[in-house]
Ligand binder design. Structure first.
Ligand SMILES: CC(C)(COP(=O)(O)OP(=O)(O)OC[C@H]1O[C@@H](n2cnc3c(N)ncnc32)[C@H](O)[C@@H]1OP(=O)(O)O)[C@@H](O)C(=O)NCCC(=O)NCCS
Length: 247
């Protein structure tokens, strides 16, 4: 917070602020309006440069996120041999990238209908249906794509991988949080259904064709219909088997 305060333009220090004045208006926007004319000239000269550097920053972020998505796909798909191959042949990744656009559109005034229409086009092209309202984390990867459905209030963490036929669906007809929340580094096998506002903990593995209707704790493996939770067998890598902890 202190950084944000120090970043305020000096001219705002004397700007009147009543309890009804939003903080954003007391900052940059109002400074432009109330500044002396010489300063206004300087500010307007600076504006296009600021805008172009903002656009450049956005392009850089989009490009670096796209590269990390491609690399995540290569890491998780043994059949993928290069970024170019994933770029050209991964419907799951195409659907995720399109969703980043429809999700941004969804949050704009009047953007909901166009976002839904575009998402339907993406579904037609990729076989992956992601509601524009769904929140997806970074380096998310959908292998094979076809038949995936992700509902409006679903939330997915970072480094999650799902296979074809997965549903993150609802069990309620009410317009409330009704889809799953999936943690980080979760893998969801082909054809699995996770239904309702359940919590899937970090590092969980959901077996192919399982149906999950209850929360799954961190690090568990959930398989079957309805899914039964177990914890992976201890290995030499497992910290609880490290004799050092008993010393
Ligand atoms: C769930 C999963 C991650 C478990 O992997 P794992 O920990 O190595 O499990 P194991 O192979 O040691 O099997 C452990 C037990 O779970 C059972 N099991 C494994 N996967 C299962 C599944 N999807 N449904 C029901 N039971 C399953 C095994 O039969 C075994 O049972 P047993 O102890 O009675 O013999 C894995 O089996 C899975 O389903 N991965 C999804 C892969 C996928 O979707 N691939 C699509 C590629 S296109």
């Amino acid at each position: 917070m202190s950084n944000a305060a120090s970043a305020d333009p000096p001219s705002t220090a004397s700007a009147p602020r009543t309890s009804a004045t939003p903080l954003a208006l007391v900052r940059g926007e109002e400074a432009v309006v109330t500044a002396p004319s010489a300063a206004v000239g300087t500010a307007s000269a600076r504006r296009p440069r600021r805008r172009s550097s903002a656009v450049l920053g956005l392009v850089r972020t989009v490009a670096s996120r796209a590269l990390e998505d491609l690399d995540a796909a290569i890491d998780r798909d043994p059949a993928a041999s290069s970024r170019a191959e994933v770029l050209l042949t991964s419907p799951g990744l195409h659907a995720i990238w399109a969703h980043r656009g429809t999700h941004a559109l969804w949050s704009l005034p009047g953007g909901r209908l166009p976002a839904r229409v575009l998402a339907q086009g993406v579904r037609f092209a990729t076989g992956v249906e992601i509601h524009p309202g769904a929140q997806l984390g970074r380096r998310f990867f959908i292998d094979h794509g076809m038949g995936v459905v992700i509902g409006e209030t679903a939330e997915v963490g970072d480094d999650v991988m799902i296979y074809h036929g997965v549903t993150l669906g609802g069990r309620s007809m009410l317009s409330v949080k009704r889809h799953p929340t999936v943690g980080n580094r979760v893998t969801i096998g082909a054809g699995a259904r996770i239904l309702g506002p359940v919590l899937i903990g970090d590092d969980v593995q959901v077996g192919a064709n399982s149906v999950v209707v209850k929360d799954v704790p961190v690090g568990a493996v959930a398989t079957g219909i309805p899914a039964v939770v177990r914890f992976p067998k201890r290995t030499a890598d497992n910290q609880w088997l490290d004799p050092a902890i008993f010393i």
